[in-house]
Ligand binder design. Structure first.
Ligand SMILES: C[S@@+](CC[C@H](N)C(=O)[O-])C[C@H]1O[C@@H](n2cnc3c(N)ncnc32)[C@H](O)[C@@H]1O
Length: 375
């Protein structure tokens, strides 16, 4: 399936989410690189730039912003348009394949190269090839800022050694506690290679293709998430859910079609899912592979008169239920996360507490999308 990169970017708006934390680190590296740049123009390129929240977020308040020129390369025209809207006239936004050297013609050699959200979406072989090709894009002393998940098997040590092999000196490699991302900044100390058009650096295939995890065919959610990130996503996604719920407050009780739940009914459902999951993970701690009782999704909506409940109360209960589940999970040790029970979805099978945590993040995101079309 095609990954929804628009939805992916929305996690940047969830303060505290791992992606939000990654953005903070990347911005800090960009700020440092700009501050350290010698006087004069600073040429920047960004591969797979998305909305370019990293660079443009820094330029909004940096003393060297007026010196920055460059090119952002992004394949998705809508994301590129978002970037263009916030970019100065000195920065052009190109809708093109960032894996091909042609996208950078006329915009290199660069003093700063951004490769954020790229290496986790291309094969190992392409990652090595892309790093080896960077001297074709870099001016002497150029800085390259890159990101890569460290989810097992952690590939970042390999990436760092490929940078070293290609004459890059590591300036920093950072992460954040309980997250899986890594952010690196390297300086090019080698001899630049002449630019050549029509060179393929990489094929962007997407992490969903690279991983063997399952994907929700409806919303695109991918069941791969570091254990340490699960409770952070539970908190930030529950906050994002109620934010979307607030946006549709006027229609909270309106069903878009007779058979489709109203936002309020979805919010009640999500609150109850959080509560039920909390009970299940606790049950799994005390019983040997218990068979979880079905939650009775549709019956609850009728018996508990979901659509007659008070939206403000439901909103608060949902956040409290998310926090309750997240705190309970935070307190578990390794053995606790690995305990399991028989889960009925999509068909009865043993599921670990860890899987239940990831699946609950999926519930939050999936149903946020369900109420998103009403605004
Ligand atoms: C993981 S996001 C990273 C976005 C941005 N660099 C960031 O870190 O916030 C990957 C981006 O690559 C874009 N993309 C996918 N294939 C591409 C390609 N062949 N060339 C350029 N961009 C591509 C996607 O549309 C998406 O915006």
């Amino acid at each position: 399936m095609v990954h929804d990169w628009h939805e992916w970017h929305r996690a940047y708006d969830q303060p505290g989410s791992p992606l939000w934390q990654r953005l903070e680190k990347v911005r800090s590296c960009i700020g440092d690189a700009l501050t350290a740049a010698p006087p004069g123009p600073i040429q920047v390129i960004s591969m797979c730039a998305g909305q370019a929240r990293d660079l443009l977020g820094v330029l909004a308040g940096h003393a060297r912003a007026g010196d920055v020129h460059g090119r952002l390369v992004e394949l998705d025209p809508d994301l590129a348009a978002d970037a263009r809207e916030n970019a100065s006239a000195r920065i052009d936004v190109l809708v093109a394949d960032a894996g091909l050297s042609d996208a950078y013609e006329g915009a290199v050699p660069a003093d700063l190269v951004l490769a954020c959200g790229v290496f986790g979406n291309i094969s190992a072989e392409d990652t090595r090839h892309a790093i080896e090709s960077l001297p074709m894009l870099c001016a002497p002393g150029a800085k390259v800022i890159w990101t890569r998940t460290r989810r097992p098997p952690d590939f970042t040590p390999q990436i760092r050694s490929w940078f070293a092999d290609a004459s890059f000196e590591e300036l920093t490699f950072v992460t954040a506690p309980h997250t899986s991302f890594g952010v690196g900044m390297h300086r090019f100390d080698g001899t630049p290679l002449p630019f050549r058009p029509h060179v393929r650096f990489f094929d962007f295939v997407g992490y969903g293709v690279l991983s063997l995890d399952t994907v929700c065919v409806q919303c695109g959610f991918e069941y791969h998430m570091a254990r340490s990130e699960i409770t952070q996503w539970l908190r930030s996604d529950s906050a994002a859910f109620v934010a979307r719920f607030d946006e549709v407050a006027e229609h909270a009780r309106v069903r878009p079609a007779p058979e489709v739940w109203s936002p309020l009914e979805y919010a009640c459902h999500v609150r109850d899912v959080l509560r039920v999951q909390r009970a299940r993970v606790e049950q799994a701690q005390h019983e040997e592979e218990p068979a979880f009782a079905p939650m009775g999704r549709d019956e609850r909506a009728i018996n508990d008169r979901y659509n007659d409940q008070d939206p403000a109360v439901v909103r608060g209960e949902l956040l409290a239920a998310a926090e309750d589940l997240a705190s309970y999970l935070d307190a578990l040790d390794n053995a606790g996360w690995r305990r399991a029970g028989i889960y009925n979805y999509p068909e009865p099978q043993p599921r670990t507490v860890e899987w239940i945590g990831v699946h609950t993040v999926h519930e939050l995101r999936h149903h946020r999308g369900d109420i998103g079309t009403l605004a």
